[in-house]
Design a protein around this ligand. Sequence first.
Ligand SMILES: [Mg+2]
Length: 347
Amino acid sequence: MRIERVEAVQPPTPGSPADWRTQLGQILVRVTTEEGLEGVGVGGGGLAGVHVVASVLRDMLVGRDFDRPEDLHREMCRQTSFYGRKGVVVMAISGVDLALWDLAGKQQGLPVARLLDPQVDLQVPVPTYATVWDEAEAIRQIERGVAAVKLHVERFGVPPDAEGIAGLVKRTREALGAEKEIMLDAFGNWDVESTLAVACLVEPFGVEWIEEPVQPDEVGAYRELMERSPIPIAGGEHEYLEEGFRGIVDGGLHAVLQPDINWCGGMTTLVEIYRMASAAGLRVCPHRGSEPYAIHAIAAMDPRPLAESPRDWFKCLGNMGEIIDGVVNVPDRPGFGLTVDETLWPG
Ligand SMILES: [Mg+2]
């Protein structure tokens, strides 16, 4: 395939949070080949991400032949390494990489999941977990069939009210019964001691993981928590590229890796993370995994598939897999199997 055109746009996302996730929000990337195929990816970085795609990456890619997205991925990273090994630039690369994987699937007439594992059974639905903000919603979601719930606990303050969180987990456990998994997400707001205080108090109620207890670059704190916390430590939704996850794995910083395919470097990076985690005996549970990109890797590569509920403000793609009765199916269509509203593209 030879690349003819590379375009990017930040679509409107009514209802998205009034913070960086909107200002530097999701971008749509379209790569068109001379053969007339169109690949569509979703990345991040808002207008800054659009600029990276529509300048540096477009100039590098137009006119290039490719069969394997991995080859161009390496080059995109090298081209931007002096100013973008983490954050906005890698979010932009993620969108392009996913568009290239979409093209690779369409060229072969196969869903991306089948490119990753030709034997994958797409009739087997993937269980999901719901990220919730209160116990009533946790119960509603469990009644709808999800396999697990993750409680956001930001409202318990900084440092957190550990007794309050333990009370919430206890009540949620009593309501859900012994079987369903419960996780906690601290959104990077705590420190080592307050995380340990929470971990010790919630341990009797069975918690699968505590997510992002401290900021992503607090390496020493993560190492200490991995040694001392009775609850497994999760993170990675704000980490980037194979090298970033290599640091987490080799440094023994997380027990559960949570890459975001639309930020961390795309499918090329997520595949590398799955391989790395498998070799190290770690679990991978991609951030917002039920959305239509990561779900292909979860179905094809994950020994313990569990897909997080989607962001409900990103609606510009058609044919997104829907969670029904707590599970989601990978669409058996070429590429990622998505459609896009044509009017979104510039001129
Ligand atoms: Mg999180």
